[in-house]
Design a protein around this ligand. Structure first.
Ligand code: ADP
Ligand code: MG
Ligand code: ZN
Length: 484
């Protein structure tokens, strides 16, 4: 039986985080009353003229710089002609042969793969090469009711950045990792909120299969408008099996656009794919081309530390594990919290443990996020210090942590108020040890005869007399000294 392999290329649409639309001053934003954020330009009225949003160009250039692209010195605008029910001009202003950014790539760190696939990564450390990044305008949104349809033009004209990869990915898991990693970089750059549920990041997935060993690409199928990484993984997996079965049965695949029905777990045909020439692209006569030199100069210093560099720095500077570094760096707010908790601490690793375990679970049971965390980050070092010095034990630390989270008070104050501090004062423990030795002749004799376990019992007795406050380590040492 002939073995087939999959080839995947993605076209990712990202809504940019600008205040106004791409070619007019209408506000962007989610959730306003339908058709309240509109004007003659974004409604496509005859005679209205587009005005470029420089902020959108800056964000696209920033994305290009973060992804190692070459930024075109000059970039132009083209009309993509089509019958768009949700775009009354019946063309979209986009970029054809002179996009803002070309080449570059997206890294696929292990932590970006689906959890269940992280043990079997086919190409560790792989970078997915990009073809281009260009800028265009989003269309309106259609709603279909029982017998009629409505169109909301609030979204029409929102700046949309399209990122096109080379046909380079070989599995649904790589596509998942690509989107996870890209989304994180976009969030780091503040380029987009990239919320897939809100449609701020949408993806067309191109996939073909070919016999293993063949270099020519197979016929490509495009799965349109996906907005969930887990659905993308399922859709690609389904489509790869479907195409392989058609090929094995001697069938032909036609280039087409398909949709994904998540409930049915299957793709379905939508339309046969149009070719670039069908769109009759031509330069938009209403817009001048953009020279990017001054924008590149302005944006270059704004390129932030990227996720990979942050993870490496966390491991290097704070001694946390690679895994912990990747969880901490996963979310910018969490990373910032960790840094302010760990800065200047000689116990950064235990601080990280408190954040990743107790704090994470406290936040999730409280239904809040790290941004609204009631516990000031600087207080965690104090807690870790109390544990490390043996002044409170693990059980007491949990108790103190719970109150720190509830009240925002610092660990030392809570320990004082509750009288939790362990007694390490040797004089006090010596007296208790003498009392215990006198009262327990049998275990004392056993210990002297070589039964090491008796020491635990005797230590336990000292703890009991101290009402749990004696430092067990100090108590054990004193008993040992007295009995040997
Ligand atoms: P189109 O002009 O139809 O949009 P492109 O050549 O611009 O096609 O490619 C669009 C996307 O499809 C890119 O992400 C590219 O990597 C991917 N792609 C192209 N050909 C194939 C193929 N045979 N199999 C899988 N993906 C492909
Ligand atoms: Mg395309
Ligand atoms: Zn407008």
């Amino acid at each position: 039986m002939i073995e087939y392999e999959a080839v995947i290329g993605l076209e990712v649409h990202v809504q940019l985080k600008t205040r106004s639309k791409m070619f007019c001053a209408c506000p962007t934003g989610f959730g306003a009353e339908p058709n309240t954020h509109t004007c003659p330009v974004c409604l496509g009225m005859p005679g209205s003229l587009p005005v470029l949003n420089e902020g959108a160009i800056r964000l696209t250039v920033l994305t290009g710089l973060m992804l190692g692209c070459r930024i075109a010195p000059e970039s132009k605008w083209d009309r993509k002609n089509y019958f768009y029910p949700d775009m009354p001009k019946n063309y979209q202003i986009s970029q054809y042969d002179m996009p803002l950014c070309v080449e570059g790539g997206v890294p696929l760190p292990d932590s970006a793969y689906p959890k269940d696939a992280q043990k079997s990564i086919a190409r560790p450390g792989h970078h997915v090469p990009l073809v281009r990044i260009h800028l265009e305008e989003d269309v309106a949104k259609s709603f279909h009711f029982g017998t009629n349809s409505g169109i909301d033009f609030n979204r029409a004209g929102t700046p949309l950045m399209e990122i096109v990869t080379q046909p380079d990915m070989t599995s649904p898991e790589e596509a998942f990792a690509f989107l996870t990693s890209l989304r994180q970089i976009l969030l780091y750059g503040g380029v987009s909120d990239a919320d897939m549920e809100k449609g701020q990041l949408r993806c067309d997935c191109n996939v073909s299969v070919r016999p293993v060993g063949e270099t020519a690409l197979g016929t490509k199928i495009e799965i349109k408008n996906m907005n969930s990484t887990s659905a993308i993984r399922r859709a690609l997996a389904h489509e790869i099996v479907r195409q392989t079965e058609v090929r094995r049965a001697g069938g032909e695949l036609r280039q087409e656009t398909r949709g994904w029905d998540d409930d049915a777990g299957a793709t379905f045909p939508m339309r046969s794919k149009e070719m670039a020439h069908d769109y009759r692209y031509f330069p938009d006569p209403d817009l001048l081309s953009v020279r990017t030199a001054s924008i590149v100069a302005e944006v270059t210093p704004q390129v932030p530390e990227l996720p990979a560099a942050k993870r490496a720095r966390f491991v290097r500077n704070y001694g946390v594990s690679e895994y912990d570094a990747s969880v901490l760096a996963d979310d910018l707010a969490l990373a910032a919290y960790f840094e302010s908790a760990a800065r200047g601490s000689s116990r950064a690793k235990s601080v990280a443990n408190w954040i990743l375990n107790d704090l994470a679970s406290a936040l999730s049971s409280a239904g809040t996020g790290i941004a609204d965390c009631p516990l000031p980050p600087a207080h965690l070092d104090g807690l870790a210090e109390l544990v490390e010095s043996g002044r409170i034990n693990g059980r007491q630390a949990k108790e103190v942590f719970a109150e720190m989270f509830a009240s925002g008070k610092n660990a030392h104050d809570i320990v004082k108020e509750r009288g939790l501090e362990q007694v390490s004062d040797t004089g006090e423990i010596e007296a208790l040890a003498d009392e215990v030795i006198a009262a327990n002749p049998k275990p004392v004799a056993d210990f002297r005869a070589g039964d090491a376990k008796s020491l635990n019992f005797l230590t336990g007795q000292v703890m009991k007399l101290s009402k749990g406050k004696a430092n067990p380590k100090v108590a054990g040492e004193i008993l040992t000294r007295k009995l040997t």
